[in-house]
Design a protein around this ligand. Structure first.
Ligand code: C2O
Length: 534
């Protein structure tokens, strides 16, 4: 096993996008940022130097952080942010997982521009893949673009009480593609050779949108999702929620030419007055070797924005590939929880100076998560600092009329098995329900069942306990549900939240507090130079 070392210089970068020039904050002047490649078993060391005017932290999305919870990078959950002109070194081992993950800023909306791929190859390299070794691998990072400074977008969303405004475009590897009204913005292009098979490592780094993704004239075989192998799943369309990854094999078997890959939003809102949805489409080019750049390119037919059937088929049909030695679904459940979540209309707060009529809050079990402001939850947990959080996060939705703003966690013992029914719920007919991709830090979970409508106990007979999907982010459909199960085998404070960034400051989050093991001190003290809160 090797030590893989990177330096991340966070700083300003000029960019021209949609015919506008702006300054954004990125890592090493790149968007997407550098791709990190490791083999399973390696140690990753990343020196983050904050040359931006914003406090930042970097989250290694999907990494277990076994015994290294301090390096999880969730702002105010596991650390205080790295202040402007300060630096901090993240160091952790990557064991027991392989596939496509990613990293992103985990403070304010900076992750719109601060993100990149984190690729974990098997210990013995591509020989260890449970599918034929591809000719080449192509990371595809789907992103979302705002013409305005994203920190201002978020602050404005807090002042209006409605959350951040809609983005201006989607991107593929940083490019919007050839916008009809604004040529020259540029498109990502990849060259392929006839007959060869490529592994697309697709990451949805978009901030607030689930996406449909297709390549004209080509089909895929999905072999992994969220860095967990799946049984080969053939499809010509991929649906992917923010936080998720999909590894798909694609053979260049079409007539030599140019083909567009394209991504646009999947949204299944059920509101009385739904806000307009994002109908922009990002494109990129797949060009066969020898075909000229100016050859016309075919556009794939993406599903309609609200095509719940296509999305459901993709999300629900895949099964996990179970190999010898893989974790099996634990049968005895220690904590059986129902977590209902959704959006409410509430009166404007005095500090919401641009608020008109009502504000939006989000909650889980009627608790709207409030970030602590003086000390991170993990430090409070480790040092026993009182009055930072309470341990009363409900195990089922309580019958309280309005959501409460609290910093509340759910305490579980080391190695407890936790089952959560995630239920998307309507609390306001004006806001209705919408998709919510729920991400759990620190653990993979088994997805036992998923569906539309309300979960009821009869669904238990449908649980897949044999070869369920294993994920770190589950796309819960508007008004639908999913049942997840995981073993809390890592002490610390683990965030579970909606991976639509706009729902995070609104409170669609909770935290699992996993106590230390029977042999204490599985969680070591914080590393040297750990950021201090101001
Ligand atoms: Cu990828 Cu807490 O997030």
């Amino acid at each position: 096993a090797a030590v893989v070392e990177h330096t991340f210089n966070v700083g300003g970068m000029s960019i021209s996008q949609l015919c506008m020039n702006s300054v954004i904050y990125t890592v090493n002047q790149q968007m997407p940022g550098p791709t990190i490649e490791v083999n399973e078993g390696d140690t990753l060391v990343v020196h983050v130097v904050n040359g931006s005017p914003y406090p930042v932290s970097v989250h290694w999305h999907g990494i277990f952080q076994l015994r290294s919870g301090w390096a999880d990078g969730a702002n105010m959950i596991t650390q205080c942010p790295i202040q402007p002109s300060a630096k901090f070194t993240y160091a952790f081992n990557i064991t027991g997982q392989e596939g496509t993950l990613w990293w992103h800023a985990h403070a304010s909306m900076l992750r719109a521009t601060i993100y990149g791929a984190l690729i974990i190859k098997p210990r013995n390299g591509p020989r260890g893949y449970p599918f034929p070794k591809p000719y080449a691998e192509i990371p595809i990072l789907l992103g979302e673009w705002w013409n305005k400074n994203v920190d201002d977008v978020e602050k404005d969303g807090l002042l209006t009480g409605l959350g951040p405004a809609m983005s201006d475009a989607f991107t593929i590897n940083g490019f919007t593609g050839e916008q009809p009204s604004c040529r020259g913005a540029g498109a990502y292009q990849v060259e392929v050779e006839s007959g060869k098979t490529y592994l697309l490592r697709i990451i949805n780094a978009a901030v607030d949108s689930e996406l449909f993704f297709k390549v004209a004239g080509h089909a895929f075989t999905v072999v992994a999702a969220d860095a967990s192998y799946t049984n080969p799943y053939p499809t010509d369309v991929i649906v992917i929620a923010p936080g998720q990854t999909v590894d798909a094999l694609m053979t260049a078997s079409a007539a030599p030419g140019r083909y567009l890959m394209a991504a646009h939003a999947f949204e299944s809102k059920t509101a009385a007055n739904p806000p307009p949805f994002d109908n922009t489409t990002a494109t990129a080019v797949v060009r066969y070797k020898g075909v000229p750049d100016y050859a016309p390119a075919a556009m794939p037919a993406l599903p309609a924005h609200t095509d719940v059937v296509t999305a459901g088929r993709f999300y629900w049909s895949m099964t996990g590939l179970v190999r010898r030695g893989d974790p099996v679904v634990p049968r005895n459940v220690d904590h059986s929880m129902v977590v209902a979540f959704g959006l409410d209309q509430v009166p404007c707060a005095p500090e919401q100076t641009k608020c008109q009529g009502f504000a939006v809050v989000a909650s889980m079990n009627r608790y709207s998560f409030r970030f602590p402001d003086k000390v991170s939850l993990l430090e409070a947990f480790f040092r026993g600092v009182p009055n930072v959080y309470s341990e009363d996060f409900p195990g089922a939705p309580p019958p309280v009329p309005a959501p409460r703003k609290v910093t509340s966690v759910r305490k579980v013992n080391f190695n407890d098995v936790v089952e959560v029914v995630l239920q998307s719920q309507e609390y306001s007919s004006a806001l209705g329900t919408e998709n919510h991709p729920i991400h759990l830090h620190g653990f993979n979970f088994f997805v036992l069942a998923q569906g539309l409508g309300r979960f009821d106990a009869s669904m238990k007979s449908k649980y897949n306990l044999v070869n369920p999907q294993v994920r770190n982010t589950i796309a819960v459909p508007a008004g639908g549900w999913a049942v997840i199960r995981f073993t809390a085998d890592n002490p610390g404070m683990w965030f579970m939240h909606c991976h639509f960034d706009m729902h995070l400051p609104l409170g669609l989050a909770m935290v699992f507090e996993v106590l230390d093991g029977p042999a204490p001190n599985l969680l070591p003290p914080p590393p040297a130079g750990f950021p201090k809160c101001h």
